[in-house]
Design a protein around this ligand. Structure first.
Ligand code: FAD
Ligand code: UDP
Length: 362
């Protein structure tokens, strides 16, 4: 088989590049995917009860990047979902990220914005330098809220406490002095109106793109005549683990379909201090689906299993840099996406990276 581009992985990175190359370059692409479906970790599908669910945990698109939003709008409309998260702390359901409502419910007293600012000013730990994910939190809200919301959730999620993780992990959550209870304040957010998978199907519906599922790119690479390879899988796998395995955090997803219309008060409910799972997702909230049943998903973090999260800590970064150096030596292989760049990237950052790489290929 002769193609211009061989692309390994049909997630956001792989599908965006396949679409761009096939449409703009009018070049032939072979898109190879190990799994039996496209969409990467954002894959959604109708389960046996007819409920639309996400196979790999809660995925909500959010971005401030206009070009990324405009690009994706070519393939889907959006359903207007605004993500809200509840955390169960001291037996109470409170809003996350921490905001005025959270504090009033938790401490059963009223605050004005100014009072809350003063409260945090009195409780926060004054630090000269933010060195890790613990520093990020205690320097804003103090030890007590750190213990209640972050310490144990992070230990469950990553297997280590926040003081061993780079600041970027807990920096994902802001602290608010108002009553904005949205999880993301980005200008653009939502879920594709007919699901992520349908959006990907439209992206790669092109005569120049040939899709091969259930195939590791290594199984076919010697029998394909191609000019360039775009690789979106784990970078250590590509190099046969020559510098050792990069650690990834994995998850075990346990699904339950219940004979009730609604199970919980938000799409995602976090349990920082109880149970072995971190959070429960109820997909109906995301898709506004009317159904007499509902499907929920528990997330149990694991050390072994499919690679879902690169681990943002200094030792891992060092190993990654060795692989990156090797990758930079290759002239016609491109490494892009969350696994190939070993970076905790959101969907929009992956699309932005893919569009940028496409410009460079031109
Ligand atoms: P992936 O989606 O991982 O796709 C890579 C694909 O490559 C996979 O399908 C894999 O099977 C395939 N592959 C790997 N190796 C090979 C090989 N050797 N040969 C062929 N194929 C191969 N982001 C957000 O913006 N909002 C969210 O709400 C959000 N929630 C998340 C929740 C969870 C639980 C997780 C794990 C991630 C979440 N993300 C979220 C991040 C989001 O999933 C990623 O940013 C995005 O999916 C990355 O796209 P990708 O193409 O880089 O990687
Ligand atoms: N986090 C936490 N408690 C929470 C929510 C988040 O400690 O209730 C920390 C945790 O370390 C988590 C990180 O903040 O991994 C980022 O949270 P986010 O919701 O962005 O995680 P993701 O959806 O990417 O798993």
């Amino acid at each position: 088989m002769k193609v211009d581009f061989l692309i390994a992985g049909a997630g956001f990175a792989g599908c965006t590049l396949a679409e761009r190359i096939a449409t703009q370059f009018d070049k032939k692409v072979l898109l190879v995917e190990t799994r039996n479906h496209i969409g990467g970790n954002t894959y959604d599908y109708y389960n046996e009860d007819g409920l639309l669910i996400q196979k790999y945990g809660p995925h909500i698109f959010h971005s401030n990047l206009r070009d990324v939003w405009d690009y994706l709008c070519r393939f889907t409309e959006w359903n207007g979902y605004v993500h809200r998260v509840i955390a169960v702390v001291r037996g109470k359901e409170v809003s996350l990220p921490i905001n005025l409502d959270t504090m009033e419910r938790l401490y059963e007293r009223k605050f004005t914005s100014e009072e809350l600012e003063k409260y945090f000013e009195q409780h926060r730990v004054k630090l000269d330098r933010i060195r890790n994910s613990r520093d990020v939190v205690v320097s804003q809200v103090g030890e007590e809220l750190y213990d209640l919301f972050f310490k144990n959730y992070t230990k469950k999620q990553w297997g280590i406490y926040p003081d061993e993780l780079d600041p970027e992990v807990t920096k994902r959550l802001p602290v608010r002095f108002n009553r904005d209870t949205r999880y993301f304040t980005d200008r653009y957010q939502g879920i594709p109106k007919h699901g992520f998978t349908r959006m990907f199907e439209r992206m790669i519906d092109n005569k120049n793109i040939h899709l091969l599922l259930k195939t590791d790119y290594r199984e076919i690479i010697d029998s394909v005549d191609y000019n360039k390879l775009i690789y979106t899988g784990p970078i250590d796998y590509y190099f046969d683990y020559m510098f050792g395995e990069l650690p990834y955090r994995s998850l075990d997803f346990k699904f339950e379909t219940l004979d009730m219309e609604k199970y919980q008060n938000a799409g995602v409910v976090n349990y920082p201090n109880d149970y072995n799972y971190t959070r429960i997702t109820e997909f109906k909230h995301f898709y506004f689906q009317q159904h007499h049943k509902t499907t929920i998903c528990y997330e149990y973090p694991m050390a072994e299993g499919d690679p879902y999260y690169p681990i943002p800590k200094p030792e891992c970064r060092e190993i990654y840099q060795k692989y990156k150096k090797e990758a930079d030596k290759l002239r016609s292989v491109y490494f892009i996406g969350r696994l190939a760049q070993y970076k905790y990237l959101n969907m929009d950052q992956v699309v932005a990276g893919a569009l940028k790489l496409f410009e460079e290929l031109i």
